[in-house]
Design a protein around this ligand. Structure first.
Ligand code: IPM
Ligand code: MN
Length: 359
């Protein structure tokens, strides 16, 4: 069977890590007697340069017809001064909205071999294994108005959530918890924000439908602290868009590098977009030293959630783990021992491992 995959490399290291994911998927396809067709479209800064828009219409239409989408990263200093509607980030927010990608799943699991690359003490991060379920198409990043007043003396951003938007992400989080250690922590700012009060009420109202899941609530400031003082207390964290954005970068410290964190963005219609949680890293773009693992693990999530290829997804995850266990890592990880490899070598090691195993 052939599946259509749209690749959106975007900016900075995006193209380098997308190329790695494509190689890994091709290796999987050869093994699994399966085939993927890849088509590449523009998004972000490169799309602004080529088409005058961070999200050209043809990109949206290709993505909506695809079986799944892989995205590298968007943004960079070159486009920082553009007016907000032309910023590369608008492309990413726009494609999430256009495809209805309301549920962003960001698993955070440390690799034992890499624990010493985290600035946190090993005994604190040992055993941490959590999933952040971030609401992705509502809240502050999408509310209007979001603008500066005419006289330039004031600004406004708007945080809007409908009940339905909160309900569907909370359901997704409960269901994710049921597949894991059955513990859900809902993170909000219910002591201040109206949106958070409603969020908490909805989580409470859903408890009875998931009796096997233990639920607790944490305010976002306390959650930020606990995430790095006692991360192993968490299983699934569910939270609104901006809190999830911030907490997931923070949680990446548990793995030693943002370069290790994959993500899946899922919709109600079935289309999914998969991207690393890291950005475009313009400082190292083009040098061939980017860590491709977050992108490769995102491709594994694509096999799991969009293509129902669980065994193949696990094969990629096993390959990554095994190469890390052999002591290989990219330069973003400050590990005392082991061998630093570049993007291409890391990709080849993972591909060779996949070729050597039985599927
Ligand atoms: C992320 C990124 C994006 C976000 C930016 C680039 C708009 O930080 O995926 O976490 O805030 O969602
Ligand atoms: Mn972010």
């Amino acid at each position: 069977m052939q599946k259509q995959i749209v690749l959106l490399p975007g900016d900075g290291i995006g193209a380098e890590v997308i190329a790695s994911a494509q190689e890994v998927l091709t290796a999987i396809a050869n093994k699994a007697d399966y085939s993927f067709s890849f088509e590449t479209y523009d998004i972000g800064g490169v799309a602004v340069d080529k088409h005058g828009s961070p999200l050209p219409e043809e990109t949206v239409s290709a993505c909506s017809q695809a079986d799944a989408v892989l995205l590298g990263a968007v943004g960079g200093p070159k486009w920082d001064q553009l007016p907000s509607h032309l910023r590369p980030e608008r492309g990413l927010l726009g494609i999430r909205k256009a495809l209805g990608l309301y549920a962003n799943l960001r698993p955070v699991k440390g690799f034992p071999k890499l624990l010493d690359s985290s600035p946190l003490k090993e005994e604190i991060i040992q055993g941490s294994d959590l999933l952040i379920v971030r609401e992705l198409t509502g809240g502050l990043y999408f509310g209007t108005p979001s603008e500066r007043s005419k006289d330039g003396e004031s600004v406004v951003d708007t945080l809007v959530y409908t009940k339905a938007e909160i309900e569907r992400i909370v359901d997704k989080a409960f269901q994710s918890a049921q597949l894991r250690r059955k513990h859900l922590t809902s993170v909000d700012k219910a002591n201040v924000l109206e949106s958070s009060k409603l969020w908490r009420e909805i989580v409470e109202s859903k408890r009875a439908s998931y009796p096997d899941v233990t639920v607790d609530h944490l305010l976002v400031d306390a959650a930020a602290m606990k995430l790095i003082t006692n991360p192993s207390q968490f299983d699934v964290i569910v939270t609104e868009n901006m809190f999830g954005d911030i907490l997931s970068d923070e949680a990446s410290v548990l793995t030693g590098s943002l370069g290790m964190l994959p993500s899946a963005s899922l919709s109600e219609s079935g289309i999914g977009l998969y991207e690393p949680a890291h950005g475009s890293a313009p400082d190292i773009a083009g040098k061939g030293i980017a860590n491709p693992i977050a992108m490769i693990l995102s491709a594994a999530m694509m096999l799991r959630y969009s293509l129902q290829m669980e065994q193949e997804a696990q094969a990629i995850e096993t390959a990554v783990e095994s190469i890390i266990n052999q002591g290989y890592h990219t330069a973003d990880l400050q590990v005392k021992e082991g061998q630093i490899v570049k993007t291409k070598e890391m990709t080849n090691l993972i591909v060779d491992f996949i070729q050597s195993i039985k599927l």
